[in-house]
Design a binder for this molecule. Sequence first.
Ligand SMILES: N[C@@H](CCC(=O)N[C@@H](CS)C(=O)NCC(=O)O)C(=O)O
Length: 203
Amino acid sequence: MKLYGMLDSPYVRRVAIALKCLDLPFEIDQVSVFRHFDRFAAINPVVKAPTLITDDGTVLMDSTLILQHIEDVAGPGRTLRPHDPAARVRGLRLTGLALAAGEKTVQIVYEHQLRPQEKRHDPWLERVDGQLKAAYDALEEMVDPDGWQCGETLCEPDITLAVVWRFTHYMLPGRVDTSDYPRLTAFGLRAESLPAFIATPLD
Ligand SMILES: N[C@@H](CCC(=O)N[C@@H](CS)C(=O)NCC(=O)O)C(=O)O
């Protein structure tokens, strides 16, 4: 399997960490959708990161779909899916909120980095900022700061939540005040201290 994309993308990083946690061999080519557009287009003309080329040569995109494929090839006994049905629903809720926070972070970054200042629309930015905070408020209420979120062991929702939390602070320093989110902060630090996270730095 070959993974394409930069690790400063939370979507690429969640896939890379999941592959490591499942002990699946893969190569990563840190090609940028912006700085290496033509090279990326030669791999996947849609230029979306992450892109994964499967062992049979199929070009996949979208991190959630790629994670589904990874679960399929991981084989029996190896999974990052929560075990029992209630934990799975909790995991879906957590993952949905975390992906929304990731999307809102990306929108703010694109608005500042890609759109000329004179074309920036402040009401839109305020709306997105409110959505970002709403997602983190809901996550702060739900998150268990001392354990994994869907059982005894680390599952995929833990990876996504920690990766997105780190991404927001890396891309938008100070925008989300960690003192307002002590449970998420504690959880994020604990996840980021795991070997698979340390071995997959976003910077
Ligand atoms: N829902 C997608 C989002 C992927 C995404 O938007 N990736 C960004 C990089 S962080 C990208 O490819 N941006 C280039 C573009 O959309 O043109 C996923 O989960 O993989």
